[in-house]
Design a protein around this ligand. Structure first.
Ligand code: MN
Length: 296
């Protein structure tokens, strides 16, 4: 008989926070809660987590954001909480997303794109709050064709937790038998949580998966004494098949959990590949126009 433990909780490995904001273009005031050069080995398949805002923008006719730039080798996932983001890429993908919507862009073999505040939103001004997550691709899929998924709020199923403890929007993977709409290359769950919890509850997450819990609003208590609040992220050990949340006060949080991709990560700027040679090739391909251009 094989004994397999199904009763161990994932241990809290570390808490990440970042008080330094940097600007991506002139539109996105970002705090990076983790980046792959430092933590890629324990956050794989997730490469980077940028939390933009929340910040109030005055009305403007200017275009706010970041103009034409390339990506290769991974996916960018943008989750909007407040405001609007417009995107356009060289494969013909694009669109505008607002609160609750997600854009899941697979750069893979390479695209060129731009990311701006929505024109109407910029003209009215208002609060911008969003997350951009970079999701790695396995080596065998890094050079597959680019793909673009617009995932509207209305397409994202939501599960209610018992006893009014909150809700779980399932962006990718599944929760409680409900499947999220995002198509992914490797197995993962991405849950957008709203939590008000008085008594400890358990979330089942797969054994051996990287598990990250980022708090955007409110606060969450873990492990009896550890509290994480806005713009902080808990990273758990791979071992174990559930996490405990002791309490939560009006929390908005993202839970990311994925099967690690056990391959070398070599990146430079907007390219994330497996070898330095592939990075040189990506730079050459971009410079020679092989990743395409935006139509003006
Ligand atoms: Mn980009």
């Amino acid at each position: 008989m094989t004994m397999k433990s199904h009763v161990s909780a994932k241990k809290l490995s570390r808490i990440q926070c970042n008080i330094d904001r940097h600007w991506v273009g002139n539109g996105f005031p970002v705090r990076s809660l983790f980046t792959y050069p430092k933590l890629g080995a324990i956050t794989s398949p997730f490469l980077l987590f940028d939390y933009a805002g929340p910040l109030d923008f005055p009305p403007t006719n200017e275009r706010l954001g970041v103009g034409e730039h390339p990506h290769r080798g991974f996916e960018t996932v943008t989750i909007v909480y407040s405001g609007e983001v417009e995107h356009r890429d060289s494969s013909g993908g694009g669109g505008k997303i607002g609160p609750g919507d997600v854009q899941w862009m697979t750069a893979a073999s390479g695209i060129v794109h731009e990311e701006f505040h929505g024109r109407d939103f910029a003209q009215q001004g208002g609060l911008l709050e969003m997350v951009q997550l970079w999701v790695n691709l396995p080596a065998k899929d890094k050079m597959s064709p680019p793909r673009y998924q617009t995932i509207l709020n209305s397409q994202i199923p939501s599960a209610k937790l018992p006893d009014d403890q909150g809700s779980v929007r399932i962006i990718a993977g599944e929760f409680d038998g409900l499947a999220g709409p995002a198509q992914t290359f490797t197995p993962m769950h991405i849950w957008d949580l709203r939590l008000t919890i008085e008594e400890p509850i358990t979330f089942t997450v797969p054994e051996g998966y990287s598990t990250l819990l980022a708090v955007l609003k409110g606060s969450i208590q873990l492990d009896h004494s550890t509290s994480i609040s806005a713009a902080e992220m808990a990273i758990f050990d791979l071992a174990g098949d559930h996490i405990f949340i002791d309490r939560a006060q009006n929390a908005t949080a993202l839970l990311l959990c994925g099967k690690p991709i056990d391959e070398p990560i070599v990146g430079s700027g907007p390219f994330v590949m497996n070898t330095q040679e592939e990075i040189h090739q990506a730079i050459a391909d971009y410079q020679s126009g092989r990743m395409g251009h935006l139509s003006s």
